[in-house]
Design a protein around this ligand. Structure first.
Ligand SMILES: [Zn+2]
Ligand SMILES: [Zn+2]
Length: 580
């Protein structure tokens, strides 16, 4: 029988293999490897999975070895798996599903033989009818325990969504709520408002003069699989994506305090609470009150709440108690964190020349439609053969094409490359070619797992190259599957500062690299940044939004971001080989 050979179908088959291996008493490590592989596939999006699989690059993901990659390839190509078929033949039908209840193989076989049980639903029916207790080796207590375990399995499992997916899920919810009668404000809150890379739920705060009407409207929210709780002030549901949703509805005069509290982080709120107490005030989700009084101080928005505490507005991305309170008290809080509107050029874009899905002209027109002044075409270099990296001849052909497209569009096209940083720290392409480019992003794509000392030497050597101007997706993390490379980050940032290289803030929602704490370490050294899209298709130009969020979490200011400059200024700032 053919299996579904798309991403989730393949993940399901891997999970089944893991469960059957476990039942067969195979070594637990092997069984877990299959489960981990399934989780990795589930965390990717379809396009990334297809791309990596087509290019034979799945083994670049943490948790996918050569063996698993071969099983995945077989499943994708044939819709079958010899391994899975052999495992299934050794067990009664439905054994993998029943193994989710942690039943040993002998018990699954006994249930099948006595009652014909092949699914968890069969088992539930039999247990509810009191027929399981009669099977040899089972009793009333075991039957009750099994029913319990089945109910627990049916509860929603915690999911974590990428920033981009959660923001996508939020849009229809916000739009629906804005149409509710009496609703005066609707905002995203929680970890998502603070720009977390991964979130475990979508939190929304709405203000309404008529909460009952807002609640009725919420009950009609589309795209919901189940409603877990519905009170006038709190509505909980699970969205089709699996992401839990929490909507708080407050009266308009309490909206600011409710939003502040639902945004967090807890440590930030604790500090604000202390500042309030020192001023004879009390800060609670219902509002800011003077000691001994019930009526909260008027605050139309968060800015006015902070003002009551003697503080300027603190942007949500900074609310972590990592120095923002001290900075606000001392009057040093940056009031010019970079915003999406500040960015004038899309940096780091791929085309069909390497592993992108759109042509130079399509990318250019999309950039123009989004109001950008310039676009850097930075396809992969020859060493990245798995990503169809460009030979020198194909690179020259691309220059001709860029010239032809430039005649037709007003957005300025900069010719560039995403050059591999080779294992020894050299850059791809001869120096004479690199010097003819407008922009070079240098990135690690292979040999992620060398020792930290060797990796540090590799990067420091790369940064000494006069054409090293932008460090692409610096630490190589893939969210959630691959951790950052092991390297002495401080030493490498020192080298970047010495060579005046810029740090990329990569907007690909799986990368979002460097992480905010390292952006701050880079800022301390006076380093400059580019916020990039790493777009492999026109719709990924919108990755700029996610990159900007991470930049703000790193306290990055507008003037520190090179692609807030106009095209000429940007080109000057990153020109390969230019004096430093
Ligand atoms: Zn790359
Ligand atoms: Zn790239």
């Amino acid at each position: 029988m053919a299996l579904a050979n798309d991403r989730l179908g393949v993940a399901r088959a891997l999970r089944e293999m893991g469960r059957l291996l476990d039942l067969s008493g195979e070594d637990a490590f092997k069984a877990r490897a299959y489960a981990r592989g399934a989780r990795v596939l589930e965390s990717l999006d379809d396009a990334t999975f297809e791309r990596l699989a087509d290019e034979g690059r799945l083994t670049g993901l943490q948790g996918i070895g050569a063996g698993l990659a071969a099983r995945i390839a077989e499943l994708r190509q044939t819709g079958r798996s010899e391994t899975l078929e052999a495992l299934r033949a050794g067990h009664p039908p439905g054994a993998a599903e029943l193994a989710r209840l942690r039943l040993p193989a002998a018990r699954i076989a006994a249930l099948h033989e006595a009652l014909g049980v092949e699914t968890i639903a069969d088992l539930r029916t039999a247990a509810e009818a009191g027929r399981v207790r009669g099977v040899k080796g089972f009793g009333e207590k075991t039957e009750a325990r099994l029913l319990d375990a089945i109910r627990r399995l049916e509860e929603p499992t915690p999911t974590r969504a990428l920033l981009s997916h959660a923001l996508g899920d939020a849009e229809p919810v916000l739009a629906h709520l804005r149409r509710a009668p009496g609703v005066t404000a609707v905002e995203i809150a929680g970890d998502l408002r603070r720009g977390a890379e991964l979130v475990d739920r979508l939190e929304v705060v709405a203000a309404s003069g008529t909460p009952a009407a807002a609640r009725a409207h919420l009950l009609a929210l589309p795209g919901v699989v189940s409603i877990t709780e519905s009170r006038p002030d709190l509505h909980r549901a699970v969205l089709e994506s699996g992401l839990p949703l929490e909507v708080r509805v407050t009266r308009p005069d309490r909206h600011a305090a409710a939003l502040l509290h639902a945004t967090g982080a807890r440590a930030h709120l604790t500090r604000l609470g202390g500042i309030a107490e020192a001023r004879g005030l009390h800060l609670a989700p219902a509002g800011l009150t003077r000691a001994g009084r019930d009526t909260p101080l008027a605050a139309r928005d968060e800015r006015e709440l902070y003002a009551h505490l003697g503080l300027p507005f603190i942007p949500p991305e900074l609310r972590e108690d990592t120095g923002e309170i001290e900075a606000a008290l001392a009057g040093h809080l940056p009031d010019d964190l970079v915003a999406m509107e500040d960015v004038q050029g899309f940096v780091h874009c791929h085309t069909v020349y390497s592993d992108g899905r759109n042509t130079v002209e399509e990318m250019a027109r999309a950039a123009e439609a989004r109001g950008m002044r310039y676009l850097t075409i930075t396809d992969h270099s020859p060493t990245a053969s798995y990503a169809n990296g460009l030979t020198v001849d194909r690179l020259r052909a691309q220059w001709d094409e860029i010239d032809r497209v430039q005649e037709k569009v007003s957005v300025r096209l900069l010719r560039g490359t995403e050059s591999d940083i080779l294992a020894d720290g050299a850059l791809d392409y001869p120096g004479a070619i690199l010097e003819r480019l407008d922009v070079i992003i240098a990135s690690i794509h292979q040999r992620h797992r060398m020792g930290p000392a060797e990796m540090t030497r590799r990067l420091i050597r790369a940064m000494a190259h006069p054409c090293f101007k932008i460090w692409g997706h610096a630490l190589g993390r893939l969210i959630p599957s691959r951790p950052p490379i092991e390297v002495d980050v401080e030493a490498v940032l020192d080298a970047a500062a010495a060579s005046r290289a810029a740090i990329e803030i990569n907007g690909d929602p799986h990368r979002l690299d460097m992480a905010p704490r390292w952006l701050r370490a880079a800022r301390e050294r006076g380093l400059r940044f580019v916020i990039s899209t790493d777009a492999h298709a026109v719709d990924e130009l919108d990755n700029l939004r996610y990159g900007t969020i991470i930049a703000r979490r790193g306290w990055v200011r507008r003037d520190e971001v090179l692609n807030t400059l106009d095209a000429a200024g940007f080109a000057r700032a990153v020109a390969p080989g230019a004096a430093r």
